[in-house]
Unconditional design. Structure first.
Length: 163
């Protein structure tokens, strides 16, 4: 009787290992294939969410935007991959409370401190702010003042995960 119990436990244990392995393989596969699945291409043919907005605005107004950001971030991450986490945190602190508005990038003024001095943001990496400012300068040099700072932060965060 005890042998059958051991066999059954061994069988259940090996099934659990197979299931866990399958789930892990599925997760890793989806992460590896994500860049090749073109969700944005499907969105190109859709109607804008709000009148006046477009999924493809930067393709005509600043066609080199994504390559400017990606090229510079590759250089940054070659020197210090830890900056990727700093950029992702910066995006989180800007976007996930009241929406992406770039306000975390603003310095204080005579009327009061900026969001950078707010207690939740004091631990953000200073280098992340420098990287965003550098990206903004590069984008403005190539395209003028067409691209919003919050879009630069969002693209940098996306590429931080991708690269």
């Amino acid at each position: 009787m005890q042998r059958q119990g051991r066999k059954r436990n061994t069988k259940n244990l090996s099934m659990a290992k197979v299931t866990n392995s399958f789930v892990a393989l599925l997760l890793i596969s989806s992460l590896l294939l994500a860049p090749y699945l073109s969700i944005s291409e499907a969105a190109d043919n859709s109607v804008p969410i709000v009148s006046g907005l477009s999924w493809t605005f930067y393709k005509t107004s600043c066609p080199k935007l994504e390559s400017i950001i990606r090229t510079q971030l590759k250089k940054v991450f070659d020197n210090d991959i830890g900056q990727a986490a700093g950029l992702l945190r910066l995006h989180f602190h800007d976007c996930f409370v009241q929406g992406c508005d770039g306000s975390v990038l603003l310095d204080g003024s005579a009327s009061g401190p900026g969001e950078q001095q707010a207690p939740p943001n004091l631990s953000l990496r200073a280098k992340a702010f420098e990287i965003i400012n550098d990206l903004r300068n590069r984008v403005e040099k190539a395209c003028g003042r067409v691209v919003s700072c919050s879009d630069i932060v969002a693209l940098a965060a996306r590429d931080s995960v991708y690269l």
